[in-house]
Design a protein around this ligand. Structure first.
Ligand SMILES: [Mg+2]
Length: 123
């Protein structure tokens, strides 16, 4: 299963274009950025209302439009995710993390940045 492929099918059925070359400056990318903002606001509102059903719906809608954005501007999401996952996992030392007062997992010396350029096929 691939969320990005599911959304690709939807977009092709709706006569939207799928781009595989990284390119941000197109109308469809702007549309999907607007949709991400809209879905984020809906989800935040549902969260404030303590509405579990609408939060779950909103989160799925957010993933949907984020995949739509990836398809609109040529991002292979799985490749980017792999880089980000490896980077995030480098925050653990011997399986342990350092957290700040808010519970955020911090970056130790072992941390390395994701190579997004590589993930996008740009190097
Ligand atoms: Mg929604």
């Amino acid at each position: 299963m691939s969320y990005q492929k599911d959304v690709e099918k939807f977009m092709l059925a709706g006569e939207q274009s799928i781009t595989t070359t990284p390119e941000l400056k197109n109308d469809q990318s702007q549309l999907y950025m607007n949709l991400i903002t809209e879905e984020y606001k809906e989800t935040l509102s549902a969260f404030k209302d303590n509405d579990m059903i609408e939060v779950a719906d909103g989160l799925a809608d957010m993933v949907w439009v984020i995949m739509g954005m990836c398809n609109s501007c040529g991002i292979d999401f799985d490749s980017v995710w792999k880089e980000v996952k490896e980077s995030n996992m480098s925050k653990f030392v011997d399986g342990k993390s350092i957290k700040n007062a808010h519970g955020k997992i911090m970056k130790p010396d072992t941390y390395f940045k994701p190579n997004i350029k590589k993930a996008l096929g740009l190097e």
